[in-house]
Design a binder for this molecule. Structure first.
Ligand SMILES: Cc1ncc(COP(=O)(O)O)c(C=O)c1O
Length: 366
């Protein structure tokens, strides 16, 4: 990233040889990201500011007046809010599949809601509240074999990219929204949208693309169609490096590490009196995300105890996902969410378990 700041002084495709150097670096990052998600054509990877921008481009760029959309009660506000706006502005009908009390949906529930007007299915790959893995592969394969006009499937991989294997072509994913800064370990302010061949979205931003400047209108070619203006080169180059690191380490290895830490967490926390765990509570059915609360204690207070006394940082509250909390019965207080990653160790998660045990002891709950 620092090399990019020092050396990539020109906008890609502009300003002679310096522009060419930037163009190559941008292309290389795009190729690495495309390989990582199993996309054979890297031009179909469009860099964005974050997962929210990718989701907005997919949702707003695709929907037309009167369309029907199927989504789930475990989806994030970055999905729910653009859909609510589409409902208000262009009369889109949003059908929200209700997950069970563990936050899980089935492919049948989604497929059963499809009507001739359904143009889009939006589903999170793994919940940011419970960590529960949703059956997106099953949904995609069921939709792919539909005869006639079928809906497109947009997968929100904000929590899964980097921890679950994703191959957009083998899994039949039409649109994949990914942030750079979560489990891809890239910098904040990066992300991308994968757009499968044959899918056209109305661009949200139009302008200079470096080439085809005689055209009055936005070019048709990807990625230019969706990438106007100067890109975040330090961020994108760093994202490319991050993805290379993950590729060398291997997503299977990362998944195994996080599952192991999660197993220790589930066992340790569930043995502490007054501690309630949410979601599947099964590492084979969830990623390294676990929500819990302590009976009679505001999650915000638990979080400030953990940080203030032990230096353990967790996320408290609604996690920008109020529908998910309504589903698991924790609205409006929310939960405490802990999410071990690749650089966490067994000692880290044991320290968290001990901190919660000490807190309960100090409260007289033991
Ligand atoms: C499931 C899910 N979707 C979307 C987002 C939005 O991601 P970003 O912050 O990159 O816009 C998040 C972030 O927390 C998330 O967890």
């Amino acid at each position: 990233m620092t090399r990019a700041v020092r050396e990539l002084v020109a906008t890609p495709g502009r300003s002679g040889s310096a522009g060419l150097v930037s163009e190559r670096a941008l292309f290389e990052a795009r190729e690495r990201v495309a390989r990582f998600i199993g996309a054979s054509d890297s031009s179909r990877v469009v860099f964005t500011l974050n997962a929210t921008a990718a989701l907005n481009l997919a949702i707003t760029g695709l929907l037309n007046e009167g369309d029907h959309v199927v989504t789930t009660s475990m989806d994030h506000n970055s999905v729910a809010r653009p859909l609510a706006r589409a409902a208000d502005r262009i009369d889109v009908e949003v059908d929200r599949v209700a997950a069970d009390s563990d936050g899980q949906i089935t492919a049948d529930q989604v497929v059963d809601r499809i009507t001739p007007r359904t143009s889009l299915i939006v589903c999170t790959h793994a919940s940011n509240v419970t960590g529960g893995i949703q059956p997106v592969e099953d949904i995609c394969s069921r939709v792919r074999v539909m005869s006639g006009k079928r809906p497109l499937v947009l997968v929100d991989a904000a929590q899964s990219a980097g921890v679950l294997p994703i191959d957009v072509e083998n899994m039949g994913i039409d649109l994949l929204a990914v942030p750079g800064h979560k489990s891809l370990y890239g910098p904040q302010g990066t992300g991308f949208l994968y757009i499968s061949p044959g899918v056209d979205l109305v661009p949200l931003v139009e302008g200079g693309t470096g080439g085809q400047s005689t055209l009055e209108r936005q070019p048709e070619e990807l990625p230019d169609r969706y990438e106007s203006g100067t890109p975040n080169m330090p961020g994108i180059v760093a994202l490319g490096e991050a993805v290379s690191y993950l590729s060398h380490r291997g997503v299977e290895d990362i998944r195994a590490h996080e599952s192991h830490l999660l197993e220790i967490l589930i066992e340790g926390l569930s043995g502490i009196k007054g501690t309630v765990l949410f979601g599947p509570c099964d590492p084979s059915r969830q990623i390294g995300v676990l929500s819990f609360y302590l009976e009679g204690m505001d999650p915000a207070e638990v979080g400030s105890f953990l940080e203030g006394s032990r230096g353990i940082v967790v996320r408290m509250g609604l996690h920008c996902s109020p529908h998910s909390h309504r589903t698991i019965g924790t609205y409006p207080e929310g939960t405490v969410r802990v999410s071990p990653g690749i650089f966490n160790t067994e000692d880290d998660v044991i320290a968290l378990i001990e901190a919660v045990r000490d807190l309960q002891g100090a409260r007289g709950v033991s």
